[in-house]
Ligand binder design. Sequence first.
Ligand code: GLU
Length: 289
Amino acid sequence: MVSTGRFAPSPTGELHFGSLAAAVASFLQARSDGGRWLIRIEDIDPPREVPGSAGRILQDLLEFGLQSDLPVLYQSQRTDAYKNTISELLESGDAFWCSCSRADIPASGVYPGTCRDGLSRDKTPRSVRLKVHDMPICFNDLVQGRIEENLAETVGDFVIWRADDLPAYQLAVVVDDACQRVTEVVRGVDLLSSTARQIHLLNRMKLPVPRYAHHPLAVDAKGRKLSKRLGSDPISLLSRSEALEQVLHFLGQPCPAGLSLEDLWSWALENWRLSRIPGFEQISLDSGA
Ligand code: GLU
């Protein structure tokens, strides 16, 4: 099977250093292996969306020379696929309607199973949760190493359809990774804690599990994650080649200094080694690059 990678930004702000790192790492991991690379806009959360941001992210990526090998997939156009999956999971008994609100969840954040065995008549169904099992889910992250998580201890049965009638990120990402036949998920380590939930969902849906690689997060000098929502680190202040050079260094790829954008890509495609990505969770950027 042809290896397929993807970059899946939420349109909640501008492309920033951290998200560019995810785009570059996923692109190089797929393309250096002769595979294809896709862009997916994860616009399933209208309350968090910043108008115009999807278009600006795509334009910025294009200016770096990053283009999807297939038409860009917009999650806002995939509601039917998500609803079908929810119906199947409810039908098979893997998922259930839940009437709990945030206030009903204990401080630990672990869902106590309140509605697992059915709702009494006086309760209103609000969200759909997936049942988890009391057993470890293990996977080998290509950067972070062997990871083991028992979802019953960390989160409990988790939401896959939200109370505000929107698909949950965990559901949408899994349905689309499967639909796009993604084989390599390369993204920031902040999503490592979602991975066991996604593997559990894939297993329940009897779908293949991709390979995962979670690169470190770029943080500012105070240790805060660089985030589009905070409007941090305007890569627009750097030239495209300077920004790509910094991202490659951040990802542990020792590219020569001062190359043009085109030469940097040639170097990177030839010399990319996932194993060089540092496995630490956070790397501070001195200059706020
Ligand atoms: N849409 C998510 C974000 O922008 C990334 C999802 C993923 O890579 O799985 O943080």
